[in-house]
Design a protein around this ligand. Structure first.
Ligand SMILES: Cc1cn([C@H]2C[C@H](O)[C@@H](COP(=O)(O)OP(=O)(O)O[C@H]3O[C@@H](C)C(=O)[C@@H](O)[C@H]3O)O2)c(=O)[nH]c1=O
Length: 193
């Protein structure tokens, strides 16, 4: 039995990973990332950048984001304080789950990690104050390749657990193009990224 519990999701190539947690009277210990164990579990990426964001309040909404072209990123995300609803959309044209979305509760207490493949738009909304959100990426940040579309995407039927009037967002995210605009020049093709 491996140290990692890996669960497939309804979205093609998206996995939830739960490392072993060793609890005792002091608290717990866990290996949050072992290159060997992840590769043995079939999760074989060359993660080269680690990111952290702090969202001070519940109701912060970041997304929906991706990097285009050669700068596309696989992300391995987790939360070390608080809780989020992490929400991703498969935007790989030709994917069996194209345009499908799913939300996952990722929290400090459930120790879940989410593997977000290249060609997914990614975002999250904080469900608590003081969310420290960590993620590994297999490609460097490239401001020129940074992209996104609006979290308000009625055509995708996304159900965010928040009233958009209450969401705390960046200026950039408040002014992202619509999904329909994004789709006219969708750079992601299933099997080619
Ligand atoms: C993402 C990123 C941002 N930055 C800089 C750019 C900017 O000045 C500042 C804040 O950037 P943003 O507003 O884009 O940060 P944020 O809205 O938190 O962006 C992140 O959102 C989540 C949902 C993701 O999926 C990530 O890939 C990333 O897009 O940090 C870097 O230097 N390196 C990075 O890797």
């Amino acid at each position: 039995m491996g140290k990692l519990k890996v669960t497939e999701t309804k979205l093609q190539d998206v996995k939830i990973i739960e490392p072993a947690i060793f609890g005792d009277k002091r608290g717990f210990f866990t290996e949050t990332y072992s290159d060997r164990d992840f590769k043995e579990a079939g999760i074989n990426f060359n993660f080269i950048q680690d990111n952290q964001s702090l969202s001070a309040d519940a109701g912060v909404l970041r997304g929906l984001h991706f990097q285009r072209g050669k700068a596309a990123q696989t992300k391995l995300i987790r939360v070390v304080s608080g809780a989020v609803l992490d929400l991703i959309v498969d935007v790989r044209a030709g994917s069996p789950t194209y345009k499908q979305w799913e939300g996952y509760i990722i929290s400090a207490s459930n120790h879940r990690q989410l593997l977000v493949p290249k060609g997914f738009a990614h975002g999250f909304v904080t469900l608590t104050d003081n969310v420290n959100f960590l993620y590994k990426c297999d490609n460097y940040y490239d401001a020129a390749a940074d992209g996104g579309f609006s979290f308000k995407t009625p055509e995708l039927g996304i159900q965010w657990p928040i009233d958009f009037d209450q969401a705390i967002t960046s200026e950039k995210d408040a002014n992202q193009p619509t999904f329909a605009e994004f789709e006219k020049n969708n750079p992601f093709v299933y099997g080619e990224i």
